[in-house]
Ligand binder design. Structure first.
Ligand SMILES: Nc1ncnc2c1ncn2[C@@H]1O[C@H](COP(=O)(O)OP(=O)(O)OP(=O)(O)O)[C@@H](O)[C@H]1O
Length: 619
């Protein structure tokens, strides 16, 4: 709903709109001051930009006055010939005109410098809020994702575009107010106020339309998301199938159709707004023409001199031409992004701790641990008890979705149990400060299922942020079997592992998995002490898997370790194997114990062994 609140003293006029469309004098002053103080705090160029804006607006007003004076001096000059004063006026007009033309360039250059100073800071804050918290629960909540989206900018708007709008918008506002004062002084304050109000109404309406339209693009209707999916699939994951199944025409037809459908709401909105736009802009024009006509009448009555009438008309034209909906929309969205960025900044945790303390290999106990994902209807873990002794090689098996990876995330302290305790070396993770928890996380050397694939040189993928030691990297690569893949790369360790970069290459799934294992082993050599291998053999061929099994005891000799795998050959050599089912550990023991027990483990083991035997017999 739109509310107009005209205070009796006429000093404050604003328009309040629900939700995001806060537009009006009061809001604008607050918005400008927020962005301006951010710019003033972090960029030395801001005062120069402000100076350029103020001088530019002053030059515009001076130009209006000079034009009036010059036109007023034309008749005497025609009669008496050019006087010294007339020539000074001409000179001043040319000089001020040149200044008025040149200053927007200064505003633009200083604004670029401000953006250059602020952009890295803005992005750093967003990235810190994403990466710093020791828990990952915040990443799961839609509210957090929405705040990140707003901080990064909705559509093509963001903090940067808000900052870019400051100079032009301030300039437009100063020009409008100054011109209104000139109209008020030489002609009528009421006329000045009426044109000012009509001008701002026209600008507010256009800015609102711009924002609404940008929302339509940024919020993405279902059809737009579908169209984006088709395009991405065609570029990337489905490129092969599209060709093999001959789907090019089918995909292209679908793309065309969903795009046309996705544009319909936009067209409807534009049609709906057209009439209102016509009305608002018509009112603006009527106000201007009416005032010009009144000036004409006053002149005919002898109430205004030639100079005054010229000043009034020039000022009226400047005033009504000072609307800047584009920059007003950018400012509003810029402030939204800025506010979202501040919210994220408040949520960002401390800097993560350096390499771990703790000389002993860690021991971990889980007591009656329950866990349910936010928004889920069922518990994944239901009163789970488990002990991983210092230096022990523990293996975990269970069917898909049993909760094995979830258990790893809980032990790593990136998720918190819904109930129960996880105790590391005698300290409950829940009682640790963020710094201590980060310290515990530095002691982990994980190979998760969806491990990191950095589009960076191979060496970075192994060493990460630790000091680069190519000798240790080579040793761990030899242990993990990644050395053969690295040896084949055109620039060895310096080859970028992503095909979209010059001379970059992509590795096969199995090669990537060995790089991830090398990374975990490198972490162990750099001070980590708890090795976590979640399906480390899922992409390995039979020989590589056998190789991993053979090396398993050696790889895990310097750590406490947890290995998860559906391949029983991989878990078999562990000191102890636990079976996770229905949210708790139902069996635990060595391979031999569990086989002798004849329970769930032995059933699963025999089923897999039978399949292998059957496969071998068929071959
Ligand atoms: N981020 C999440 N939000 C909601 N539910 C989740 C999330 N991640 C996993 N789940 C659910 O939790 C359950 C346990 O998942 P988890 O990945 O821990 O199983 P898993 O034993 O590792 O399975 P797999 O053997 O297939 O790797 C599954 O039902 C899964 O759908």
């Amino acid at each position: 709903m739109v509310e107009f609140d005209l205070r009796k003293n006429g000093a404050r006029v604003w328009v309040d709109l629900p939700g995001r469309y806060e537009i009006g004098l009061q809001h604008e002053v607050r918005f400008v001051s927020q962005l301006l103080s951010y710019a003033l705090r972090h960029s030395k160029s801001t005062p120069f930009m402000l100076l350029a804006v103020v001088v530019h607006a002053a030059a515009g007003l001076a130009l209006t006055l000079l034009i009036g004076e010059l036109v007023g001096a034309v008749a005497p000059t025609v009669e008496d010939g050019p006087s010294g004063g007339f020539l000074v006026l001409c000179g001043a007009l040319i000089a001020v005109f040149a200044l008025e033309r040149a200053l927007p360039l200064v505003t633009e250059l200083t604004t670029r410098r401000i953006v250059h100073d602020l952009e890295p800071r803005t992005h750093r804050r967003i990235v810190d809020a994403l990466l710093r918290p020791v828990l990952i629960t915040h990443l799961e909540t839609p509210a957090f994702r929405d705040t990140v989206q707003r901080a990064r900018g909705v559509g093509s708007f963001g903090v940067r575009t808000g900052i870019e709008a400051l100079g032009p918008l301030l300039s437009a506002r100063l020009t409008a107010s100054g011109s209104a004062v000139l109209v008020g002084v030489v002609f009528s304050w009421w006329a000045a106020l009426a044109v000012l109000a009509a001008t701002w109404l026209a600008e507010w309406h256009s800015a609102r339309l711009l924002i609404a339209e940008s929302d339509q693009w940024a919020d993405q209707t279902e059809e737009q998301r579908r169209a984006a999916y088709i395009l991405e699939a065609g570029m990337d994951q489905a490129a092969k199938e599209i060709r093999i199944f001959g789907l090019a025409d089918w995909f292209s037809g679908k793309y065309h159709h969903v795009w046309r459908t996705s544009l319909l709401p936009l067209l409807r909105e534009r049609r709906r707004a057209a009439l209102l736009t016509f009305g608002v802009q018509g009112l603006h024009l009527l106000c201007l023409l009416g005032t010009v006509a009144m000036v004409g009448l006053a002149t005919a009555d002898g109430g205004l001199t030639v100079a005054e009438v010229t000043i009034a008309i020039t000022a009226l034209l400047r005033l009504s031409g000072s609307t800047d909906a584009h920059h007003a929309a950018r400012l509003i969205r810029g402030v939204e992004a800025y506010k979202a960025m501040r919210t994220l900044q408040a949520e960002a945790g401390p800097a993560t701790a350096d390499v771990p303390g703790g000389d002993e290999l860690p021991a971990i106990e889980l007591h009656d641990v329950w866990f349910r994902y936010p928004g889920a209807e069922e518990d994944v873990l239901k009163g789970l008890n488990l002990e991983i002794r210092s230096g022990e090689r523990l293996a975990l098996v269970g069917v898909n979705g049993a909760g094995k990876s979830t258990l790893v995330k809980l032990i790593a302290g990136i998720l918190q149990p819904t109930a129960g305790k996880i105790i590391v070396d005698g300290v409950d993770l829940a009682d640790m400060s963020d710094e201590d928890l980060a310290g515990w996380q530095r002691r982990l050397a994980p190979v998760p299922q969806d491990f990191l694939r950095l589009p960076s040189p191979a060496i970075d993928n192994v060493v990460l942020a630790s000091p680069h030691d190519e000798r240790i990297a080579a040793e761990t690569a030899a242990q993990s079997g990644a050395d053969r893949a690295v040896a084949r790369l055109s620039q060895g360790w310096n080859t970028t592992l992503h095909k979209s970069f010059d001379e970059g290459v992509d590795l096969s799934g199995g090669e990537w998995q060995r790089i991830a294992l090398a990374r975990a082993l490198y972490a162990l050599r750099s001070g980590a002490s708890f090795l976590i291998l979640d399906e480390p053999a899922s992409a390995l061929d039979v020989r590589a898997e056998a190789d991993l099994v053979e090396r398993y005891l050696e790889l895990t000799s310097s750590a406490t370790s947890l290995i998860i795998s559906h391949r029983f050959s991989v878990v078999r050599p562990a000191d102890r194997i636990c079976v996770l089912q229905d949210g708790s550990i139902i069996e635990a023991g060595t391979h031999e114990d569990l086989m002798a027990m004849g329970g769930r483990y032995s059933v699963m083991f025999n089923q897999q062994a039978d399949r292998y035997l059957q496969g071998a017999a068929d071959a």
